[in-house]
Design a protein around this ligand. Structure first.
Ligand code: NAI
Length: 342
């Protein structure tokens, strides 16, 4: 019950934060890939945060206009733009949280793994600069395939001698946001009350919503479990197909990423009640990286909510075993890429 109420508090605070725009803290946030489909609305949402004093927008092109536009909003943070590799170091100096949505998105018919060849190299280069300029920052990785890009980032940080596993986060918040929305619709619940933990990874069957752990407690038929699980797993593809070649989820992703940034800033600011799901280095299972609910504190991951993985239904237990080989191979692919390049 405590866990449920804490998650709800986080959600309610996030949803009301834009109405309380007195500066409350002075954190610096950088977005790498800030001119993109996710980057722009994410920058807008972070510009509205009362916890941010400076917003550093970095991209390889087109970021000047985005920053000029945003800078006219009369909210506390200062917006600075940085374009191209020569300005990357300055974009990162002194930053508390780095959010990385840089890279190419999916088109219809593509899996997240199809993005590996392009995005792996982008994430590697950006993380090298993070290691050199703000090794203590919280790092939020959005670029897909998250199942592999987070292990790549970990390896690069290790090579640079600055890896802190508590501060490297794969952003899987959108899976939770989707699960909450779909369950509330299906069960006619008040949206703000619903919280579903989503574990595993962030691609296809590795996305495992633990519907039996939904708060408030609600019962599902076997058919509902099957239908909701598959819809949550394929929700990204639903958007890719509806956008018909023009991109993948950007607005809901920006909303989810902004929630995760706000939670991280609240944790950095000393709030002791911050819980989110994230794909992180973990020993909850035999896999080195695993998404689960975590408690976030000033120093990053403070605790893993292992009780979510206890007392699973037979369906969930089977799905958990079934996702492990795919997640394992995505992790190994990332690690091999990072070390081959070294
Ligand atoms: P987009 O193509 O609209 O934007 C990507 C931006 O990254 C562009 O502005 C581009 O100039 C920039 N970029 C490319 N190389 C860069 C580099 N080396 N340094 C800095 N910036 C660079 O793509 P969108 O829709 O914003 O998606 C971005 C990524 O987020 C994709 O990999 C996508 O698969 C992923 N994604 C992740 C989700 C998640 O739940 N974790 C959900 C949705 C998308």
């Amino acid at each position: 019950a405590l866990r449920g109420s804490i998650a709800l508090k986080a959600q309610k605070e996030y949803q009301s934060y834009q109405y309380h725009l007195q500066p409350q803290a002075a954190f610096k946030v950088a977005i790498l890939g800030a001119a993109g489909g996710i980057g722009q609305p994410l920058a807008l949402l972070i510009k509205m945060s009362p916890l941010v004093s400076a917003l550093h927008l970095y991209d390889v092109a087109n970021v000047k206009g985005v920053a000029a536009d945003l800078s006219h909003c009369n909210t506390p943070s200062q917006v600075l733009d940085f374009t191209g590799a020569s300005e990357l170091g300055s974009a990162l100096k002194g930053v508390d949280v780095v959010v990385i949505p840089a890279g190419v998105p999916r088109k219809p018919g593509m899996t997240r793994d199809d993005l590996f060849n392009i995005n792996a190299g982008i994430v590697k280069n950006l993380i090298e600069a993070v290691a050199d300029n703000c090794p203590d920052a919280f790092i939020h990785i959005i670029s897909n395939p998250v199942n592999s890009t987070v292990p790549i980032a970990a390896e690069i940080l290790k090579q640079k001698g600055v890896f802190d596993p508590k501060k490297l986060f794969g952003v899987s918040t959108l899976d939770v946001v989707r699960a909450n929305t779909f369950v509330a619709q299906k069960k006619n619940l008040k949206l703000i009350d619903v919280d579903v933990p989503v574990v595993g990874g962030h691609a296809g069957i590795t996305i495992l919503p633990l519907l039996s752990k939904t708060k408030p407690s609600v019962s599902f038929t076997d058919e509902e479990v099957q239908e909701l699980t598959v819809r949550i797993q394929n929700a990204g593809t639903e958007v890719v197909e509806a956008k018909a070649g023009t991109g993948s989820a950007t607005l809901s992703m920006a909303y989810a990423a902004a929630r995760f940034v706000e939670s991280s800033l609240r944790a950095l600011d000393g709030d002791g009640d911050v819980y989110e799901c994230s794909y992180v280095q973990s020993d909850l299972t035999e896999l080195p990286f695993f998404a689960s609910r975590i408690k976030i504190g000033k120093k990053g991951v403070e605790a893993f909510i292992s009780s979510d993985l206890q007392g699973l239904t037979e369906y969930e237990q089977k799905a958990l075993e079934a996702l492990k080989p795919e997640l394992k191979s995505s992790i190994e692919k990332g690690i091999a890429f990072a070390n081959k390049q070294a």
